[in-house]
Design a protein around this ligand. Sequence first.
Ligand code: YNC
Ligand code: MG
Length: 401
Amino acid sequence: DHAFWKTQPVPSFDEMASKERISDGPIKEIEIEKVDKNPSPMYPGFEWVTMDLEDAKQLDEVYDLLTNHYVEDKDATFRFKYSPSFLNWALKAPGWKKEWHVGVRATASGKLVAFISGIPIQLRIRDNVLKSSEVNFLCVHKKLRSKRLAPVLIKEITRRCYVEGTFQAVYTVGSLLPTPVSTCRYFHRALDWEKLYDVGFSPLPHGSTKLRQINRYKLPGTTSTSGLRKMESKDVPPALDLLRRYLERMDMAQVFNQTEFEHWICPKEEPKEQVVWSYVVEDPDTKKITDYFSFYNLESTIIGNKKHDTIKAAYLFYYATEVAFEKDEGKLKTRLNSLMKDALILAKKADFDVFNALTLLDNPLFLEEQRFGAGDGSLHYYMYNYRAAPIAGGIDQRNQA
Ligand code: YNC
Ligand code: MG
């Protein structure tokens, strides 16, 4: 019955399902002077901490907590394994605030047992750009589950956002809560089918053989798009311009400035483990950047497998193409299929086992042809303290980022 969520400024299932037209806007006015200046009480034996992620030791503590206790699939076979480099990238995005990296320690041992984070982003929903917080990495130690600690963490990050004058938030969760503004599905494209089969990720379809499956997912050794090369610093302004125009076609998307684009897509410094891979297409004649795509690296621990301990997954990230503005869906489909085939080839070369994508952006135009299969997971998108008419989901949806 959602004892916690029904007290929060989020739309109910009923109002989101109603036939009445929903007009987009905040649910509750927040008076900043009335926001508590101090954290809410913590359970006895535990204490609030602000994590200092500039300190490699504290970053490692968050890494350890997530590696052992973060999101698993429904059969508890795989668990996300965000690398320290990934956490640096995701949690120290431009404008990041230390106060939004919230931990809970056991007072006696000092052990980190829970975490929640936010980063500031500009989020556009239809015609409104909201100064908001993107909340992520909510995690409670397995031994402290079902004790209503999650609501305490959520209330504390909310207070810390309000104190900074940020009154809206966006977050994604695999489970259904009141009430998604949109829902996507995960799709997976095997790069190393045999490994995925060995670890129980990919089934052997009825009537097929291992050899046939391996052949089905074979890729050429080289890419085919002429002018395709790694993205460099000099490509940032034209690639950002292209992405901005491309995202204008969507109902919901982050608004990027150049610093943010650089951080997310074309980082200046190489971290210890590479997190993001980005490529551009430079037209051989005009030298213009006509397309770009990116994917990031997120491993999963394989829980209790003797032969392999991790799956290396590439996640399709942002991309854009000039062809999108020609209003010719057939042409867009053709172009995206060649770009994404090249992305698969590059990911395979970089030793990834699987390539994942959601049903957002123009992805439904290439998922099938590029041999992605539907996963069993959904990803629900939520807004905190903002009511917005639902954004179409599913395989036909192409209006969200
Ligand atoms: C969840 N993931 O429904 P009701 S995603 C939000 N997001 O409340 P307890 C969640 N709410 O239904 P547990 C949630 N999971 O009674 C549970 N809840 O109203 C709600 N898993 O609390 C739940 N990470 O402490 C229920 O549950 C209440 O001990 C139950 O802890 C939950 O990062 C959790 O999946 C998820 O570590 C911490 O299971 C734990 O089970 C765990 O008894 C593995 O809580 C890791 C995992 C979640 C990944 C993510 C996004 C989080 C968004 C949080 C909401 C942010 C709102 C915006 C705040 C800023 C506002 C401004 C401005
Ligand atoms: Mg709990």
